[in-house]
Design a protein around this ligand. Sequence first.
Ligand code: KG4
Ligand code: ZN
Length: 348
Amino acid sequence: MTAKQSEQKGGGLPIVLAIETSCDETAVAIARGTEQILASEVASQIELHKPYGGVVPEVASRNHNLTLPPLIEAALKSADLNFDDIDAVAATAGPGLASSLLIGNTTGKALALALKRPFYSINHLEGHLLSPFIDSDSGIRSCVALIVSGGHTMLVHVRGIGDYELLGQTRDDAAGEAFDKVGKMLGLPYPGGPEIDRLAEHGNSQAFDFPRSMLGSGDFAFSFSGLKTSVRYLLPKLSEPLEQHLTDICASFQKAVTDVLVKKALKAAAHSGEHLICVSGGVSCNRGLRDAFQNACSDEGYELQLAQGSLCTDNAAMIAYAACAKLANGESPSVLDEDIDPNLSLAS
Ligand code: KG4
Ligand code: ZN
């Protein structure tokens, strides 16, 4: 055993290898308890799906199958560990694409069985939800959590690990889905979210007055399909070529999404009596959203924890962290015949 390994093992914290394959990212990470991420490998399939303008499930699962074994080896190498050093294995069980989930979840179970180690099935949304706490000194705390990704937009009252109350969620498109669909309408490459973010930086966010749906609804639900339709109706009415308005449309659209997310998250924090707001998921990479949350929270006296840049989009570090939090909480391992669930929910 190397000095690094003995230091890692000597800490008494479990070493967990986690696999995430819920959509189109193949990811493997290794964590030492909730204290340290020792390795986090992500193999993106974006280039493979780009020609289709979205994720093709069959292409995704086939590539998870090809990429996963070398990625597990790469994570072990990067952490300077062997299979023998792994104390537990975790994998995402849902929500996500069934054929993608099956590859990572079955590989995780097979690995746990071969190594004679416990296996933890992890909810992908719980991974996102807890990701802002990775590397934070204070550990997991009660908060209002906003998860904004390609598949979900939800506000959750977090009272502790596993104690989650769903305050509200989108009634139609997720925020990331709206970014991607609007990106497609604007002729931008897939995924549209990062492209709109990049173009919005050079645009005027007041140029177009897009709707802020459900801002005054009095609950914590969201709706982004009307906003998407407004962009669609605008395009044929433009008097100049789209290129001349592209940055302004991106900035105005991004501001409309951001305004609703920030205002509703702050309202949810006030309603729940929480001082801390956590934001996670792919859309939390968005620079306009991060700035708007920082400004609003400092103006209104809330504490803010944003997921770190590399942990916003899908990754396995958040799955390893969630598994370590469950281990630390004394939770029992999952049974190996428990199935994946493409519609797994976080809380009711
Ligand atoms: O969390 P994630 O990787 O996968 C899901 O669980 O859905 O989120 C992916 C979503 C995509 O819709 C992508 O366009 C969006 O996150 N996204 C962004 C940015 N980076 C990724 N949306 C807006 N701005 C960004 N910078
Ligand atoms: Zn995700």
